[in-house]
Design a protein around this ligand. Sequence first.
Ligand SMILES: NC(=O)c1ccc[n+]([C@@H]2O[C@H](COP(=O)([O-])OP(=O)(O)OC[C@H]3O[C@@H](n4cnc5c(N)ncnc54)[C@H](O)[C@@H]3O)[C@@H](O)[C@H]2O)c1
Ligand SMILES: O=P([O-])([O-])O[C@@H]1[C@@H](O)[C@H](O)[C@@H](O)[C@H](O)[C@@H]1O
Length: 538
Amino acid sequence: MAPHAEGLNGWTNGSIHAASTSEPKDLFFVDSPNVVYTDKEIKSKYVYRTTSVSQAGNGKYVATPKETVYDFKVERKVGKVGMMLVGWGGNNGTTVTAGIIANRRGLVWDTREGPRAANYYGSVVMSSTMKLGTEAKTGKEINIPFHDVLPMVHPNDLVIGGWDISGMNLAQAMDRAAVLEPTLKNLVQKEMAEMKPLPSIYYPDFIAANQGDRADNLLEGSKASLAHVEKLRKDIRDFKETHGLDKVIVQWTANTERYADIIEGVNDTADNLMKAVEAGHEEVSPSTVFAIACILEKAPFINGSPQNTFVPGAVQLAEKHGAFIGGDDFKSGQTKMKSALVDFMINAGIKLTSIASYNHLGNNDGMNLSSQKQFRSKEISKSNVVDDMVEANNVLYKPGEHPDHCVVIKYMPAVGDNKRALDEYYAEIFMGGHQTISLFNVCEDSLLASPLIIDLVIIAEMMTRITWKANADDGAKDYKGFHSVLSILSYMLKAPLTPPGTPVVNALAKQRGALTNIFRACVGLQPESDMTLEHKMF
Ligand SMILES: NC(=O)c1ccc[n+]([C@@H]2O[C@H](COP(=O)([O-])OP(=O)(O)OC[C@H]3O[C@@H](n4cnc5c(N)ncnc54)[C@H](O)[C@@H]3O)[C@@H](O)[C@H]2O)c1
Ligand SMILES: O=P([O-])([O-])O[C@@H]1[C@@H](O)[C@H](O)[C@@H](O)[C@H](O)[C@@H]1O
């Protein structure tokens, strides 16, 4: 059956019809009566199938298949997108900026191992694929680049800016970071030198005292204020206007802050939080002030660090304004490995009984984390990542039972950004046996985190162009956005923020499955189940 299109634009019966503007650039189209393409949007009708379980008494369950019909609408026009980084002059900020410049210009540079070309390795969106389906005639699996499943922004097109408490331009900051090869740095040095972070807010008590030396690019005032909120809002508007942007996505890749105390009457509701900002309450952190500014500007805000930026009042404010937020803490190396390995072991029926995670690193992040309060934020995000997987297996673990788990981080300047992660996984196996897995994992932290920053921006921007309505036949009229808390971003994050009252999923495969299948649903495709019955029953 030929693809379906309203009017004459986009795809028409059986062929690609040159649309009124230009031929659609999509790699594929879905040939279904439930998917309609126009120049402006893709509309799909999707049957979401779940299983509702109820207790039948005496420990038994009743499982009832459920169906919900959703209408999805995807805006096809990507527009011009800006990425503003808080902490732009840091290791991650300079590395991701240089990386995008190198890709945009198709740079090749000399290294000891020979020439290296710019790439986006480590980005799920830019360097992974998903199964579209199987070839009609041969049954061969057809995989497509993840980036092609929906119309997404290309990182090469991102306009980059941001803030830093350090006034170094991006070339100087790139040298300070000591992440990239000199031959590559030389090729981007001129462009990076023209980039200077905007002055930022600095409330000394929230980050390690050892960060004070670099704090020379500051806005006046050392605690929260409405003036700070309004200045940051203006920075975002000015950046948007100067570069003719349709949208700006903001990410916190600044230092890890200490946790803020959750105080009733201060940060427990949106109204109380705004009052606390106005009053200059000392428990309102810089990252929460940035979150507030972004929410009020409806610029999606993602927290790449482990602190509790999104206090209850901030989440409520985002919900109130229909603004997108996401976090927390990029999941780049040691924890990413953990969320895959623990998933494999527990789902293989192996009873993990202890996880010892140690790492040392020598970059400025490590120096900041050498302070106990900031380390505690990171210890929390690195420790909770196994909870859902353990809780899901009531055969291995009794209620409340879980593996021993310790997290140690040491600051060792000599190794710089090349973090050394040493892990031991100890487990009980068949008939009293044990399995011990020891890992030594050298994570070049910023080269692992930078692609995540790119994925987070691309996916957050994509989510601003997806709307839905349920059970249209029940007269649901208007399309609406996903919930303000973008839990779809969890694959890139250690401590995924989810809508209040909803479960946290840390298992890496489940996170990727959710991301992939939600995007497939937006073009009317069922989840990829890997059942391949066509290869098992014929
Ligand atoms: N693999 C990784 O690199 C990785 C993984 C997970 C999380 N993170 C988190 O990402 C963050 C950045 O990591 P990094 O290695 O780039 O650290 P970094 O210390 O090199 O960079 C942080 C930057 O933030 C700036 N800064 C601090 N407070 C600020 C403020 N209030 N406003 C604006 N700028 C401010 C600092 O001057 C510095 O330039 C850290 O919190 C780290 O824990 C990193
Ligand atoms: O993502 P991951 O490799 O598990 O965790 C990393 C930690 O091991 C490291 O000590 C810290 O400096 C990084 O910011 C990052 O959080």
